[in-house]
Design a binder for this molecule. Structure first.
Ligand code: NAD
Length: 260
């Protein structure tokens, strides 16, 4: 379905982003992966995508806190593959603390990585999409783009912000064959979720097991974590022709969380 297309997926060395990169590669897209981590492991993931799906895959080490590096990532994709047809703004981090104790550097990093990086990457990719008259921008937001939870002020702010950015960008390019949407997962079992369990336990004065059952899955009516492959499947659908009329949408995939 996506052969002759190129996809850039930010934050794709792990978790949801990696599953999205692999899901798009399975449909035939060439891929630019991006993210932090061990060089050997990243190279193994990159080579694995090429081997498993017969596409080309390059790695961009761009730091999503740095606008010039983000523009460089889009340049790299255009130089290697001639275009960026699909942009998935997925990189994200979390920090859990009460507002009055929230570290300033964490606030700035979360706003930069989880929100502003999507602006910088989309800004750089849209001219090429406009030229081709086709494009897909998909932002990994969160159920926290629609509702809040305590102790996640920077994250909830950034995710609500990305919902606003999604709607605005979608309106600007609605007549140019380009859709812009946000997918909003509930709790997905990934390293990002696993890492916040100790701090959440501390902030709430409960055990780590209680964080899983009483905090994370308490609000998720299915009582199941969403899987990375389910999110990837949703993103692949949004890249299809069947999804051409879905734009400016803030789309939950959250086991019923935001239905309540
Ligand atoms: P993860 O920690 O497994 O992956 C995060 C990715 O972002 C990694 O590849 C990491 O290297 C990359 N990254 C972090 N800082 C970066 C930086 N400065 N520059 C470039 N890359 C950077 O987390 P995940 O759970 O897969 O999260 C992916 C996205 O999904 C995030 O935007 C997150 O907010 C969102 N999300 C996750 C959940 C969940 O429950 N896991 C739920 C809703 C939304």
């Amino acid at each position: 379905m996506l052969s002759n297309k190129t996809a850039v997926v930010t934050g794709s060395t792990s978790g949801i982003g990696l599953a999205i990169a692999r899901g798009l590669a399975k449909e035939g897209a060439n891929i630019v992966i991006n993210g932090l981590g061990d060089a050997g492991e990243i190279e193994a993931e990159r080579a694995g995508i090429e081997k498993d799906f017969g596409v080309k895959c390059v790695y961009s080490p761009a730091n999503m806190m740095k606008p010039d590096e983000i523009a460089g990532m889009i340049d790299l994709a255009q130089t290697e593959f001639g275009a960026v047809d699909i942009l998935v703004n997925n990189a994200g981090i979390q920090h859990v603390a009460p507002v009055d104790e929230f570290p300033l550097d964490k606030w700035d990093a979360i706003i930069a990585i989880n929100m502003s990086s999507a602006f910088h990457a989309t800004r750089a990719a849209l001219p090429g999409m406009k030229k081709k008259g086709w494009g897909r921008v998909i932002n990994t937001a969160s159920a926290h783009a629609l509702v809040a939870s305590p102790y996640k002020s920077a994250y909830v702010t950034a995710k609500h912000g990305i919902a606003g950015f999604t709607k605005t960008a979608a309106l600007e390019v609605a007549q140019q064959g380009i859709t812009v949407n946000a997918v909003c997962p509930g709790y997905v079992w990934t390293p990002l979720v696993e890492k916040q369990i100790p701090d959440t336990a501390k902030a709430r004065g409960i055990t780590e097991e209680q964080v899983k059952t009483d905090v994370m899955l308490a609000g998720q009516p299915t009582k199941e974590f969403v899987t990375v492959d389910q999110v990837a499947g949703f993103v692949v659908f949004l890249c299809s022709d069947a999804a051409a009329s879905i734009t400016g949408s803030i789309l939950p995939i959250d086991g019923g969380w935001t239905a309540q």
